[in-house]
Design a protein around this ligand. Structure first.
Ligand SMILES: Nc1ncnc2c1ncn2[C@@H]1O[C@H](COP(=O)(O)OP(=O)(O)OP(=O)(O)O)[C@@H](O)[C@H]1O
Ligand SMILES: [Mg+2]
Length: 1036
């Protein structure tokens, strides 16, 4: 069979083609699914036209390589159900139409197969669909990942954290009815089985100004309206609230209490349920709602004026506030109308004027709400914590849903932070996409030419550089002593960064720009456009009035108690400004993102009126520009438009070449080379890398794709021709459909068979390896041997001995005997080394004595084992036990050890209580105040003791020493300790005799005496008939 590649015009008619393909496939082929396949890739118009064409067909997703571009449809599409999720599960990125699930699945698979943490960065302007996209990904994981019962709880909590955070952190704005007013980075943690087992959320800069003020047509955070609309009657009564948002000053500013797309009452129910799932108990919820109600009451605190100072005119709110917050009403009233100044160590109260008082009140409301929000995130994090301690190893997929670039008529400090954040993300995007592209060419051994793009690092530096960046200047200005104001800050800015190409102030601007700039504004030329920022109020709010902080620290509300810490008041450190804090948290975020493999979702909104089906080209063009999509595409196209792993390429197109159809048996790269040669690819059109084929021009790929379709058609046509002969038309149509299905089933069956084959191969390799396991390393057994080695080392890793006494060690396989022995010794040395390092000098001394005792008595004397666990003491007699005269008689001689002993007379063996003292030069036997006998160590010939468990011992003394009365028979209750001490002090370790049956010793004038030892049931020391001393020693 020879397959011919037909040009497009020669193909079967479009009508037939439409019949042959399923409706879905036909629709999916509108425009190009991947912008890199756009022939005219430098044309912005062609780019937008492709977006528009697809958008009209409800195809909202398109790729640029691996980046997903998403256009908000503003209507529910039937593409997020379970069947769709299944379609994308475990399937290659390029084999199905673009979808947010494909991005989720791709990250998940990379995490599982490459064991590398992933992150998905979702960006776009307000209302572009970032939050929706992140929720879709979370849902995808919740449905498709494996789950046990415990995992189900985690999944529920992960999903339910969204409605709670949205209630407290989202609000209706002009741009979006559910706009996130905080940035969110969420880690989803997966265990080794790929099941989601925990999570962690980091929040960024909540737009707190919204608590006290909303622009026209906007609302405060959802939770206020939900509570008022949905809260049960008696709850509202307890909180002192009325069911009418118009009653609250903090809710009327935007004049927009109701929004048609929002149902506050049912949202309230969802949030209450979600709080329970996350693990809030009734008390937590009560305290949380007390705070929310308090903020509303604070907003209604009314001020009047008396002698130029502010005073509170109605105390209803104060009463509620005192009760809800658990603070003293009088103190609160004072705090809301005065400020505390500390001068020369003294606290002074100074009254506030009307304006100051209401701004202090607003600052308090913002602080209370903002900190409660952070508390809420922490609480959710506790409930999402992965608790299984047995394995701390988990992989992570991070989801970043952060506020998009924003430009308003008036832009405050908060917009400045938001847009700075977007500069940083753009910077990261540039760096990572370029870097990864470059790395891929390098890894595949293909040369790369750099491409020109606008690097916005210059703007990031302008904002964040140390000492001379805008944030540093703001910091300096806010914290310096003296009269810093917004205007001095503006002047300082003009002085320091005035010459920067991306910075302008009113003063520095040309006449034309001056017209559209206020005197209190500066302008930044962001990568995404120009924005004027108003500096009004930037310098004042370093910290909430100290007085208010003190009051909050006194609150009995448990949440506020955790949010306001007394220590921050006493903290002498220079306080950090909000800008500096934000800069630090962004730097940390960049670090987190850099350590992970990124995927990108770039969201766009098709119009400003939240309407389905409207595609506003001007708006889209603007977003394409500032999202840097054209540059992204150019970078992607600078090298090769298309790359695919050999096996995937071959699998898809193998039917186009007789040599590769139905299966290619040789090396994959040879198969691809054969295939492209047959397809007539010219050398400049493609390159073969190490594991992938790179195709330079889209049209080459298109040609191949069309050939594939033609091939499909020709197969189908053949079938049709066969059937037509014996079928009626309706039957024929059924058959035709089933032919296509069969074709698909064939593909699926082949895919399944391939997987089964791979599994069988692995098992076969294993068995073969087992059979050849005793042979030298060879291709047959290397897989098995490596596996055995790996599993032994892993087993060892889990079962290493815990301490020096633990002698356990897993049995190694034959091949690892020697290595295992080395490892065992290393491990033991290491444990011994760290044990020795840890012991104290006292313990070392104890051990040395115990070592000597062991050498002397181990396996030689019966009562030695009992002595082992008992610690040796430094002395058995203290100062007060020894007669002072004895101490005096010993003079300067240092006492080393003293013990009560029994002495047996030389004649008659009468037992007499004595004390044995060891000094530096000799042993002294003492009877109360008298020194009875002194044996210098030089005169001590040896020591005898029995092998039984009695405590008798004999000190042998040199007979030529006339002063001595002969050997001494003594008995000690701590015989092992006593003898060890004597042996050490007298340096007679080698002179200890342990005797089996009897001991012979000498008394005055060379007369010999004998002690006989016999084992028995009761200790008995007495003179025997033969004149010997008989000792019955109790069996130990
Ligand atoms: N895939 C989608 N399908 C249907 N509607 C969508 C989709 N994405 C977004 N929307 C609609 O657009 C609205 C705004 O989306 P979303 O809240 O995700 O925007 P955002 O990018 O997070 O904005 P912000 O920066 O203000 O938080 C949603 O409330 C929803 O009505
Ligand atoms: Mg959002």
């Amino acid at each position: 069979l020879k397959y011919q590649i037909l040009p497009y015009s020669n193909r079967l008619t479009d009508g037939l083609r439409a019949m042959m393909e399923s409706a879905l496939t036909a629709r999916d082929r509108v425009g190009v699914q991947d912008f890199v396949l756009l022939e005219n890739y430098t044309s912005e118009a062609a780019f937008i036209e492709n977006l528009r064409k697809r958008f009209k067909e409800n195809l909202i997703y398109t790729y640029i390589g691996s980046v997903l571009v998403s256009v908000n449809p503003y209507k529910d599409l039937e593409i997020y159900n379970k069947n769709h999720m299944e379609r994308y599960r475990g399937v290659n990125f390029y084999e199905v139409s673009p979808h947010i699930y494909a991005v989720g699945d791709n990250s998940y698979r990379s995490m599982r197969t490459e064991r590398k943490d992933q992150c998905i960065l979702i960006s776009g302007e307000s209302g572009a669909g970032k939050t929706e996209a992140s929720k879709k990904i979370l849902q995808y994981y919740a449905v498709t990942c494996p789950a046990s019962e415990q995992v189900q709880t985690v999944k529920d909590r992960l999903l339910q954290s969204n409605p709670v955070l949205e209630a407290f952190g989202n609000a209706k704005t002009l741009r979006n009815d559910n706009s996130s007013r905080f940035g969110k980075y969420m880690d989803i943690q997966f265990d080794f089985k790929g099941a989601p087992v925990g999570g962690h959320i980091i929040n960024y800069l909540l737009e707190k100004s919204r608590v006290v003020h909303q622009n026209h047509g906007e609302r405060n955070f959802h939770i206020f309206y939900q509570l008022i609309e949905g809260g049960e009657e008696d709850l509202l009564r307890r909180l002192g609230l009325e069911r009418n948002p118009q009653q609250y000053q903090y809710l009327v500013k935007g004049n927009c209490p109701k929004v048609s797309s929002i149902n506050d009452r049912s949202d309230w129910k969802t949030v209450r349920k979600a709080l329970t799932v996350i693990g809030f108990n009734e008390d937590d919820v009560e305290e949380l709602l007390n705070i929310i109600a308090s903020v509303l009451h604070l907003g209604n605190v009314q001020y009047g004026e008396e002698d130029g100072s502010a005073c509170i005119t109605s105390d209803t709110q104060i009463k509620y506030l005192a009760r809800l917050l658990g603070v003293n009403g009088t103190v609160l009233t004072e705090a809301l109308t005065h400020k505390k100044i500390i001068a020369k160590g003294e606290e002074l109260m100074s009254p506030l004027n009307l304006e100051q008082a209401s701004s202090a009140r607003d600052a308090l409301s913002k602080a209370v709400y903002g900190r409660t929000f952070t508390w809420l995130v922490n609480k959710i994090n506790t409930s999402l914590t992965y608790t299984d301690d047995s394995s701390k190893h988990y992989s992570v997929i991070g989801l970043l849903d952060i506020y998009g670039f924003e430009v308003f008529q008036h832009n405050s400090f908060e917009q400045f932070c938001i847009n700075y954040c977007n500069e940083k993300l753009q910077q990261l995007f540039i760096e990572l996409t370029l870097k990864s592209e470059q790395e891929e060419y390098e890894a595949e051994g293909i040369t790369w030419e750099p491409v020109q793009y606008f690097n916005n690092k210059i703007i990031c530096d302008l904002v964040e550089e140390k000492f001379k960046g805008i944030i540093s200047i703001l910091d300096e200005e806010c914290l310096r002593p003296g009269d810093a104001s917004d205007l001095t800050f503006l002047e300082k800015l003009a002085d320091t960064v005035g010459g920067h190409p991306h910075f302008v102030t009113h003063k520095l601007a040309d006449a034309k720009t001056r017209k559209v700039m206020g005197r209190e504004e500066f302008r930044l030329l962001h990568y995404a456009g120009e924005v004027n920022y108003n500096v009004n109020g930037v310098c004042v709010c370093v910290c909430v009035c100290v007085f208010n902080l003190i009051v909050m620290c006194m609150s009995e509300n448990k949440i506020l108690n955790q949010c306001f810490d007394r220590e921050e008041l006493s903290d002498k450190k220079r306080p950090e400004t909000a800008a500096a804090q934000f800069k630090a948290s962004l730097a940390k975020l960049m670090e987190i993102l850099m350590s992970k493999e990124p995927s990108y979702v770039r969201c766009m909104k098709p119009n400003d009126s939240k309407q389905a089906g409207r595609f506003d080209e001007v708006l889209i063009r603007h977003q394409v520009k500032y999202l840097g999509l054209m540059e992204n595409l150019r970078v992607r196209r600078a090298g090769f438009a298309y790359r695919r792993r050999y096996e995937v390429f071959l699998q898809r197109y193998k039917s186009l070449c007789p040599d590769t159809w139905p299966n290619w048996q040789g090396k994959l790269s040879d198969g691809v080379a054969t295939l492209v040669k047959h397809l007539g690819y010219k050398p400049e059109e493609y390159k073969l890398g190490r594991s992938k084929i790179f195709i330079r021009f889209p049209k080459t790929l298109f040609g191949t794709e069309e050939a594939l379709e033609t091939r499909k058609h020709s197969l189908a046509t053949k079938l049709q021709a066969g059937w037509r002969g014996y079928s009626q038309k309706s039957k024929y149509q059924k058959l035709r459909t089933s032919a296509v299905q069969a074709w698909w089933r064939g593909i699926l069956a082949r895919r399944r068979a391939r997987r089964r084959r791979q599994a069988a191969d692995t098992i076969r390799r294993f068995i073969k390896g087992f059979i050849h396991r005793h042979e030298d390393r060879c291709p047959e057994n290397e897989y098995f041997l490596d596996y055995v080695r790996y599993s032994f080392l892993m087993k060892l890793h889990r079962n290493l001995p815990k301490n020096v006494l633990d002698k356990s060690w897993p049995t190694p396989p034959a091949a690892l005997t020697e290595a295992s022995e080395h490892l065992r010794q290393l491990c033991m040395q290491n444990m011994v080394w760290s044990y020795c390092k840890k012991i104290s000098p006292e313990w070392k001394h104890q051990m040395e004595q115990k070592m000597i005792a062991s050498e002397l008595f181990k396996d030689k004397k019966d009562n030695y084992p009992q002595s082992v666990p008992k610690l040796f003491v430094s002395t058995r007699l203290n100062g007060e036990d020894i007669n002072p005269k004895v101490v005096q008689a010993l003079g300067s001689e240092k006492m080393k050890y003293a013990v009560p002993v029994t002495k047996y007379d030389r004649k008659g063996y009468k037992a007499r209580p004595r004390q044995l003292l060891l000094t530096s030069s000799g042993a002294v036997i003492v009877e109360e105040a008298k020194l009875k006998q002194r044996i210098d160590y030089g005169a001590l010939k040896g020591i005898s003791v029995s092998s039984l468990s009695d405590g008798l011992f004999v000190l042998h003394v040199l007979s030529e020493d006339n002063k001595q009365k002969g050997d001494v028979v003594l008995q000690s209750d701590h015989v092992i300790e006593t003898l060890t001490k004597i042996a050490i002090c007298s340096d007679k370790i080698n002179n200890i005799n342990i005797n089996q049956g009897s001991i012979t010793y000498t008394v005055g004038q060379g007369k010999e005496c004998v002690i006989d030892f016999t084992p028995g049931s009761e200790l008995l020391v007495a003179k025997a008939k033969n004149g010997h001393l008989s000792v019955v020693s109790v069996n130990s």
